[in-house]
Design a binder for this molecule. Structure first.
Ligand code: ADP
Length: 847
């Protein structure tokens, strides 16, 4: 036992211990298992918690960052706010207007520098009461209180704060500045005060107020915005209504109610409509006559914002002045008219006896006189004529000076006008042996629209001077033209002479009034020195220019340029178609050239000769010419002698004589010429005669050469009140074949017109009882549709407008006094009707 037992026991004990161990192991394993699960759960928990902690930490970090940012933002916002406030105040401090804020207890919260500047020297800090500040201003002496006491001012300023809204108030400071206080109440009860500097505005208003004219401003709704003091004064009745906001219409109605505008009384509504319309149209100015006779010039203008600004000027004094001026002008004009009438009458009065003197002297010269008597008679005649020229020049010049000269354009024949003027000067030229020539450009029309009377005057002056200042040689009038775009021609007319000429230093001078060349040679000639001054003014009035070119001792060339419309009735000149070959003779080169230029363009072959001998030579070689044109006075052989030689040589072709002095023709010779034409020959006359040579029906010979047969005598009635003039007229026509009766005035002339049945009437214009124009009208009325009897007026130098009135009275032509025998003769021949003997002077042709 012992040992086994002990071994058994030990074994059993070991078995038990092994079982226990096993159990304990199982238990441990289970416990371990649990522990492991737990541990895993724990570990999961830990992981989770750790994550939570981590995210909490992240969040906390984010929050922290955010917090930092907020703090920074806040900081910045604060700084910005501070800066903004500072800027705001700095800005508020820079403005010239004062600015201040008071709390509801009217204590200063804050103010800008401009505001505080008014309180310099006073301790002003936040909390100072409004009243104290007003009092400081009132007593500082800076404010211009006018008559108001400082206390009253303070009280007024405080009282205005009780109103809502607070009424603005304007303060004037002694340093000249103006301030307008504009206060507003804020929502929290604060008082915000603005002190606006309106000095500039007030200056402008002061200026507007100082205007002598009334000024008024309306807004676009036509409500009054402002007006100056003058406006109130100008319309005192409406002054009470001139409150800002009143409409223009109400203002007008106010005035109308008071009878302010006499013109509107009884038609107020119409007037009002018109006036409002004018106000709205806002253009131009109109006059308005107020009660009391004051005249107001009213104008309204649109302002940029659509309102109206009105200006009203009292022009009563101006109108009165104008009326006085008008009256003065009328008086001056009446005086001027009286002066002109006096001048015209005087010159008429002087001319009438002068005409007698000149006419009688001319007749006297025609009688048998001793040398000495002739000299006296000639002197009387030439002095008389010179005197008449002077009177006419002075009259003309005074008219031009008084700017009363008006041009009267009408269609006229320029070539004919030049021809007529030249013909009038022919006697004087003939006396001196000067040739007068006209070279009118072949291709130029002859009819233009211009003032023929005035052009005639210019031509008479230039050609007249040329004749006057030329002793030997010729005077040539040349006309050329350049066509302009509008169917006008710029005409260049030159008058060339071979006279004494003008020294260069006088060339400008002579166009001045009363200016003449002062040298010995020159001053033996008479004249007023007005002719060229008148010429220049006339041509300048026609829009042209005058010039001169001259060489002393050689001659002068005066020219003028005018642009004239070509007359619509300017038909082509009738050219001689039937003449082929012409033989022309003239000792003067210019005359030959002119003839050639006139004929060649018509298709005529012209052979030019210098002398009669040359003509005879030519004819001997070649007799086949249609016509010969010969000059009259030539050095070796005169035209009439040439004709005799031609006939003696057996040539029967027609010969036309071109003569400056046909009356010097030997008796019996005249009939042998196919025609005798007065030089310078008018182109159309020459053509007419050439044409007539081959057309038997046409009158080939000039009337002068027709011998009257079995026709009755021409009956002439001359109305002339002045006995001397009657005598002159009678003597001038005494050699003519006519029956002449006189009427002493217009009325008698009309009576005699019926009883005597004249063929031609000569009519003086100014006559007592019935003047010439009236008589002419009466005669035309008597004639009715019957035959037209030519009436020729006898006038003194035609006054401006006279010519027109004369022709308007039914007069056909007028002759100016002093009467010239040749002019009367031409008129008689020209107007001699068919069936009546042409009144040729029988004896003189053969003289
Ligand atoms: P008037 O001939 O009456 O003296 P004008 O005014 O016509 O006055 O002429 C002024 C002056 O000009 C003349 O006096 C003369 O000295 C000069 N004169 C004018 N035309 C000519 C001319 N063709 N030749 C020379 N001198 C002339």
């Amino acid at each position: 036992m012992e040992v086994s037992e002990r071994l058994l026991r030990e074994r059993r004990a070991r078995l038990a211990a092994e079982r226990l161990l096993e159990q304990k192991s199982r238990e441990l394993f289970a416990a371990n298992e649990k522990l492991a699960i737990h541990a895993r759960a724990l570990s999961d928990q830990i992981v989770e918690q750790r994550q939570m902690v981590r995210s909490a930490l992240t969040e906390a970090e984010a929050l922290k960052t955010q917090n930092h940012r907020f703090v920074a933002d806040l900081d910045r916002a604060h700084t910005a706010a501070v800066m903004a406030e500072r800027r705001l105040w700095e800005s508020i401090n820079t403005i010239r207007d004062g600015f201040a804020v008071f709390d509801s207890a009217k204590r200063l919260v804050s103010a800008n520098l401009a505001w505080l500047a008014s309180f310099e020297g006073y301790a002003i800090a936040p909390g100072v009461p409004y009243e104290q500040m007003v009092r400081i201003i009132a007593t500082s002496g800076r404010l211009d209180l006018g008559d108001e006491a400082p206390d009253a001012f303070v009280a007024r300023m405080l009282a205005r704060l009780d109103a809502d809204p607070v009424e603005p108030v304007t303060l004037k400071f002694r340093n000249g500045t103006w301030v307008k206080l504009q206060d507003r109440r804020a929502r929290d009860g604060d008082l915000v005060c603005l002190a606006l500097d309106i000095t500039d505005q007030m200056r402008i208003w002061a200026a507007i107020d100082a205007l002598p004219d009334a000024f008024v401003l309306f807004d676009r709704e036509e409500r009054l915005l402002a007006c100056n003091q003058r406006y109130r004064e100008m319309f005192p009745d409406s002054a009470v209504a001139m409150q800002p906001g009143t409409t223009f219409e109400d203002l007008l109605r106010h005035g109308l109610k008071n009878g302010h505008v006499p013109e509107a009384v009884g038609r107020e509504e119409d007037w009002l409509t018109d006036r409002l319309q004018r106000f709205r149209a806002a253009e131009g100015a109109a006059e308005n006559v107020l009660a009391g006779g004051r005249v107001i010039l009213e104008s309204d203008h649109v302002t940029p914002d659509g309102g109206r600004v009105g200006l009203r000027s009292d022009i009563t004094a101006l109108r009165e002045q104008q009326a006085q001026l008008e009256a003065a002008r009328n008086a001056a004009e009446a005086a001027n008219r009286a002066k002109t009438a006096f001048l015209a009458n005087m010159s008429h009065e002087i001319r009438t006896p002068m005409n007698g003197v000149v006419g009688m002297a001319e007749l006297l010269c025609d009688t048998a006189l001793t040398e000495e008597q002739r000299l006296f008679a000639e002197t009387i005649r030439s002095s008389g004529e010179a005197l008449l020229v002077i009177i006419n020049d002075i009259l003309d010049y005074s008219k031009i000076e008084a700017e009363r000269l008006t041009l009267r354009p009408e269609p006229f024949d320029l070539e004919r006008t030049i021809h007529e003027v030249t013909m009038l000067l022919q006697p004087r030229a003939r006396e001196k042996g000067i040739d007068l020539m006209i070279d009118f450009d072949m291709f130029l029309p002859t009819r233009f629209v211009g003032d023929p009377g005035r052009l005639r005057q210019v031509l008479t002056n230039l050609i007249g001077n040329a004749v006057k200042f030329t002793e030997t040689g010729h005077v040539l009038t040349r006309v050329v033209g350049v066509e302009t775009e509008d169917d006008s021609q710029t005409l260049h007319v030159t008058v060339e002479d071979t006279g004494i000429g003008i020294a260069p230093e006088y060339l400008d001078h002579i166009f001045g009034e009363f200016n003449q060349v002062e040298d010995e040679r020159n001053r033996k000639f008479e004249g007023t020195g007005l002719g060229l001054a008148i010429t220049r003014r006339l041509i300048e009035r026609m829009g042209g220019a005058v010039w001169v070119d001259s060489e002393p001792g050689q001659g002068s060339s005066f020219g003028f340029r005018v642009t004239l419309p070509v007359a619509e009735d300017a038909g082509p000149v009738q050219v001689p178609v039937s003449v082929r070959r012409v033989l022309a003779v003239d000792d003067q080169f210019i005359n030959r050239t002119i003839l050639e230029r006139q004929l060649t363009p018509c298709g005529i072959e012209v052979t030019l000769c210098r002398s009669g001998a040359e003509v005879l030579e030519r004819l001997a070689i070649d007799p086949d010419y249609d016509v010969i044109l010969t000059d009259h006075a030539m050095p070796e052989m005169d035209g009439d002698v040439l004709l005799q030689h031609i006939r003696a040589a057996g040539h029967g072709l027609p010969v036309i004589l071109l003569s400056s002095n046909p009356s010097h023709l030997a008796a019996g010779v005249a009939q042998d010429f196919a025609a005798i034409l007065q030089k310078p020959v008018l182109r159309s006359d020459l053509y007419r005669h050439l044409q007539g040579l081959t057309a038997p029906a046409a009158p080939a010979l000039p009337m002068l050469l027709l011998k009257p047969v079995e026709l009755r005598q021409l009956r002439v009635l001359a109305a002339e009140d002045n006995r001397t003039n009657q005598l002159v007229f009678q003597k001038m026509v005494r050699a003519m074949d006519l029956d002449l009766v006189f009427a002493d005035n217009g009325r008698i002339a009309v009576e005699m017109f019926e009883s005597y049945r004249p063929d031609i009437v000569f009519m003086d214009i100014s006559m007592p009882e019935m003047d010439g124009k009236e008589a002419a009208r009466a005669i035309r009325a008597l004639e009715g549709e019957g035959a037209h009897v030519p009436i020729i007026a006898l006038t003194a130098h035609a006054m401006e407008g006279d010519a027109e009135a004369i022709l308007a009275a039914g007069i056909d032509q007028y002759l100016t006094k002093p009467l010239r025998k040749s002019a009367i003769e031409s008129a008689l021949i020209e107007h001699c009707p068919p069936g009546v003997r042409t009144p040729v002077p029988p004896a003189e042709d053969a003289a």
